[in-house]
Design a protein around this ligand. Structure first.
Ligand code: AHR
Length: 675
């Protein structure tokens, strides 16, 4: 433009009118030239788009807010192994969530025992001694002595569906015991029933299928011994046959489906603070969570409730495979959570480190996980994976060591040892380190310093903060060194589930894409929260036993996740760079060759951005547009779950066009190209 104007003065024309005309023509010409320049540079740059991470957007699952038992894990019985105990919660015992029942004026005795358990990892079981069976009553039904479980605030039963029942029984009297197993409404109406007769005086597993004839959202399981005798009972389980992908010991299909719909590139599990645990004895040890469910070690989690470990490492890995996501297990760095004891008990212990004498074994535990996931069936841990029903390797690529730990000398020493051992023996595994619980500060700096010294390939950052922080910090990663470790933004969320939160996160996610050469992965947190049991301020998906509420944050995460690309183009969209309320990106997905535009407007007025696709060859001008917009305060609730949701439309694009982004919105335009 400048050169053009200079040239104009060299023309030295006479009359001012004539000058004006010529000037105007020149300005027009300059504008045209500059347009062409933009288009040409777009063309040049688009062919040189930068490679970004193909694992950018994934999920983080933590058993917090009753996400696992009573949530994603489809088991309907609560306290199925009678392992709830008063050390977890003063009011709990092996009888918690069970009711001793004696319909028909039957009687007997019940006790909780530990002498000869089904497995030492699962020490408690019940013993029932049935002394008298009363009379069947036409109104109250079958007579007997037994137990009843209401699950997690009632069981959701659907007419026409099958439910798989199982239990372990050890017959303690000579005669077989005949059981009546039923699913009942709160008023005692039988929705499904069947019988089981014991035949063994050793622990044995008995199974039956229950076919439901009616719907009920608040059903119970009733198990009645209908003959005299004595027996021990443990691991009483009831699963809908229809779990996600019909997996045995599987996941609640509707909840798992909304996660699968996000097409995440990876899933980090099983936490969070749950991983490093509430004191050393509470750390999440992966070996306790595999194998038959009756052999798993149950315990209270750091969030103060019980985990059956029914949703364990095997189920997490299989779920990842089922949804095409890379598994990202996180293991403790041999130290407990620095908040240990602080959350649920007074007088916390703070971070505790495993004694050095135990570190060798601990490192072996980490190495064993890699063998369990990836080793051949002939290896000792690979054989266990195969025995569980998965002979093929799980293709583990990433492993996290530590979760936002306080970076103390004890942590550093242990992290270094684990890191070096894994790196040496498994150079094919990408290790993810940690940098404390905040976006800056002492642990953050120390965590990164250690990571840089050790050349840790990826470092996990966590931050929860207000939406304005996300808007003001959109250039955070533009300033990161490209020669250091990559970033995994393992936990982040703006405080809230309103549109303003979701759109602030969307603007920030644009910056993650733009910096996808240094930000390898990112996942919102926490993922799931059960109504009435929510422990974290903001979450992505709320649910109860029947309903699911997808927050605006979920919709934004999903739009980014299903529209990920591998190549980033920096100058296809032009906008006012000084306006931090608007953000935009252009990526291309290698697999489909689709060009994907994302345009974010965090302000309360419409804003225009210019799109120039001239540099792309083979564009098809038919595109799909997804738009989510709403008032800054709009949200989805159990009463109005569909208040805010993305609207999909078919649109026509052209080589260059202006897009007016509505106030408080995210728009994704997916453009096909000719192959
Ligand atoms: O996501 C909830 C908690 O936040 C995680 O357990 C922890 O890592 C973080 O502090």
């Amino acid at each position: 433009m400048k050169t053009c104007i200079k040239r104009r003065y060299k023309l030295n024309m006479g009359k001012w009118m004539y000058k004006l005309l010529i000037n105007s023509l020149l300005v027009l010409a300059c504008l045209l030239v500059s347009e062409i320049t933009i288009a040409q540079s777009a063309k040049k740059t688009t062919t040189e788009g930068k490679q970004i991470s193909s694992d950018l957007f994934g999920l983080f699952f933590e058993d917090i807010n009753y996400s696992a038992d009573g949530g994603l894990y489809a088991e309907l019985i609560q306290n199925r192994s009678f392992e709830y105990n008063p050390e977890e919660r003063r009011e709990w015992s092996p009888f918690s969530f069970w009711e001793y029942i004696t319909p028909g004026f039957s009687y007997g005795r019940i006790s909780a025992e530990t002498k000869s358990p089904v497995h030492p990892n699962n020490p408690h079981y019940l013993v029932l001694d049935i002394e008298h069976i009363g009379k069947e009553d036409q109104f109250k039904g079958v007579a007997g002595v037994g137990i009843k479980n209401t699950g997690f605030d009632g069981m959701v039963i659907r007419s026409g569906e099958k439910y798989n029942f199982s239990m372990f029984v050890r017959q303690l009297s000579a005669e077989p015991v005949i059981f009546n197993i039923s699913i009942q409404t709160p008023s005692g109406k039988v929705l499904a029933e069947n019988t089981i007769t014991t035949s063994k005086t050793d622990w044995a597993k008995y199974t039956t299928t229950l076919n439901a004839i009616e719907n009920c959202d608040t059903a119970s399981l009733v198990l009645l011994a209908t003959t005299k005798g004595k027996f021990a009972i443990d691991v009483v389980s009831l699963f809908p046959e229809k779990t996600f992908k019909n997996r045995p010991n599987g996941l609640r299909a509707d909840l798992a489906q909304v996660l699968a719909d996000m097409e995440p590139r990876f899933v980090r599990f099983p936490g969070g603070c749950l991983v490093h645990g509430d004191g050393l004895g509470n750390m999440y040890r992966w070996k306790n969570t595999i194998g038959p469910i009756e052999e798993r070690v149950e315990q209270r989690n750091i969030w103060g409730y019980h985990q059956s470990a029914g949703l364990g490492y095997f189920e997490y890995f299989w779920f990842c495979e089922d949804i095409g996501a890379k598994p990202l297990p996180v293991l403790p760095a041999a130290v407990s959570c620095q908040n240990s004891g602080g959350t649920w008990r007074i007088g916390g212990t703070g971070q505790k480190a495993l004694p050095m004498g135990e570190i060798k074994d601990y490192i072996q535990e980490v190495l064993d996980l890699i063998e369990w996931a990836n080793g051949p069936v002939t290896s000792s841990w690979g054989a266990k994976r195969a025995a569980a029903g998965h002979p093929e390797p799980f293709k583990l690529q990433y492993i996290g060591i530590g979760n936002e730990d306080k970076i103390t000398p004890e942590f550093e020493e242990r992290f270094k040892m684990i890191f070096s051992a894994v790196k040496e023996i498994h150079p094919e595994i990408t290790i993810i380190g940690t940098s404390g619980p905040f976006h800056s500060g002492e642990d953050f700096n120390k965590g990164w310093k250690l990571a840089n010294e050790l050349k840790v390939p990826v470092v996990d950052e966590h931050y929860y903060t207000d939406p304005n922080w996300f808007i003001s910090n959109q250039y955070r990663y533009d300033k990161y060194s490209r020669d250091a470790g990559h970033v995994y933004l393992g936990e982040y969320a703006s405080w809230g589930n309103k549109m303003r939160n979701a759109i602030a996160e969307a603007a920030y996610m644009i910056s993650l894409e733009r910096n996808g050469d240094v930000v390898r992965m990112a996942s919102y947190a926490p993922m799931l929260a059960k109504k009435g049991f929510t422990q974290w301020k903001t979450d992505m998906i709320f649910f109860d036993n029947v309903n699911i509420v997808l927050t605006p944050n979920y919709h934004v995460q999903k739009l980014f996740s299903v529209n990920q690309g591998d190549i980033y183009y920096h100058n296809v969209i032009s906008k006012d760079e000084k306006d931090s309320t608007i953000a935009a990106s252009c990526v291309q997905d290698k697999e489909t060759s689709d060009i994907i535009l994302k345009l974010v407007n965090f302000s309360n007025v419409q804003k225009v951005m210019k799109i120039n696709l001239a540099g792309f060859k083979n564009i098809l001008f038919d595109a799909e547009q997804s738009l989510i917009t709403g008032d800054a305060d709009a949200e989805n609730t159990f009463e109005k779950p569909q208040n805010v949701f993305p609207v999909e439309t078919a649109v026509k694009v052209s080589k260059t066009f202006d897009y007016a982004a509505p106030a408080m919105s995210l728009t994704v335009i997916r453009i096909k190209t000719k192959k």
